[in-house]
Structures are given as structure tokens and as C-alpha cells.
Write a protein that binds this ligand. Structure first.
Ligand SMILES: [Zn+2]
Ligand SMILES: [Zn+2]
Length: 171
């Protein structure tokens, strides 16, 4: 059955006022041209109505990432900074730095796991250590690259330990 009123009515796309169309959004019923139509599992939708449905997912993944990455970096820098005052406790405590970074990042990411988060955790472990060491050494790059006065193993092992625990928390 054809509705005479509707058939006689010329519709114009809400995004393209010059473009005639016979389609309407299945939700808000505004006219949309084929190019503006987004096919969803529940039918044709305009851009806005389709985005309303999708936004929560995108928010979870993309908007949360920067907070989680920055929070992890802050935790890392703070953790390594504190650790630089207790050198003999370094190996044991580096595990907790890694776990703390993983927990903070996981919490800020609403308990989501993500490849970018796991990779970011490893970067945060190293970057936070660099920041903490740079602050402790007063920005002396030579001091930083020499391992802050201690041997390479004393730097590498705690970093690897922390990276491992931060990574597994977000994997
Ligand atoms: Zn709509
Ligand atoms: Zn259009």
C-alpha cells in the first residue's frame, strides 16, 4: 500500500539540502540520501542516530587510552623516583612498580585490556624510569646513560621485571 501524501512529498537530505531522496532514518525519521545512510543491524540510520549507538564503544577504547597511558607514566616516574632512594631494595620493589603501573592503567581504562595498553605499559616503565632518573640527576644525560652511577644490570633487570608485571596486567 502506497501512502499518497508521502509519495507526493519531495524529501531533501538533512545533510545535503539540494539532494532529493526517498529514504528516511529509521529512528528519527528525518530524510537522508543514500550517501548519508548508515546501515546498522537494526536498519537504516542517519549519521547522528548511528553514532549514538556506537559512541559508548568508541569512548571505551579511544578516549580512555590517553588517560590510562598518562596515568601509567606518572605512576612509573613516581615509582622509580621513590626507588632511587632505596637502591638495595630495587629488584624486589621493581615488581611493585610494574604492578602499580599495570593497576593504575587498568583502572583508568575501566578494567579493559588492549594491545596498545600493554605495549604502552612497557613504554611507560622505561619512560618513567628516564624521567625519574633525569630528575634525580638534575638533567645530567651522562649520569642517566651511565645508569645513574650503577651498572647496566642494575638498571636493566628492574626495568625488565617491572615491564613484565605491567605488561601481564594489561595483556
Ligand atoms: Zn536519525
Ligand atoms: Zn546526504
Amino acid at each position: 500500500m502506497i501512502d499518497d501524501d508521502d509519495a507526493g512529498e519531495t524529501l531533501y537530505c538533512i545533510n545535503h539540502p539540494n539532494r532529493e531522496t526517498y529514504l528516511r532514518c529509521g529512528k528519527c525519521e528525518r530524510p537522508i540520501c543514500p550517501r548519508c545512510t548508515i546501515t546498522t543491524p537494526v536498519g537504516a540510520r542517519c549519521r547522528e542516530c548511528a553514532q549514538l549507538r556506537r559512541l559508548p564503544q568508541y569512548q571505551m577504547d579511544l578516549r580512555i587510552l590517553p588517560y590510562s597511558l598518562l596515568g601509567g607514566l606518572g605512576t612509573s616516574a613516581a615509582g622509580w623516583y621513590i626507588l632511587s632512594f632505596i637502591p638495595f631494595f630495587r629488584f624486589f620493589a621493581s615488581v611493585f612498580v610494574g604492578i602499580a603501573i599495570g593497576n593504575v592503567m587498568s583502572r583508568l581504562a575501566k578494567r579493559r585490556t588492549h594491545t596498545i595498553l600493554a605495549a604502552g605499559a612497557v613504554v611507560n616503565v622505561a619512560l618513567g624510569w628516564l624521567i625519574a632518573t633525569a630528575i634525580r640527576s638534575g638533567g645530567d644525560i651522562g649520569f642517566v646513560t651511565s645508569g645513574g652511577g650503577y651498572g647496566g644490570l642494575y638498571v636493566a633487570l628492574p626495568l625488565l621485571l617491572a615491564a613484565y608485571f605491567a605488561y601481564t596486567r594489561l595483556r
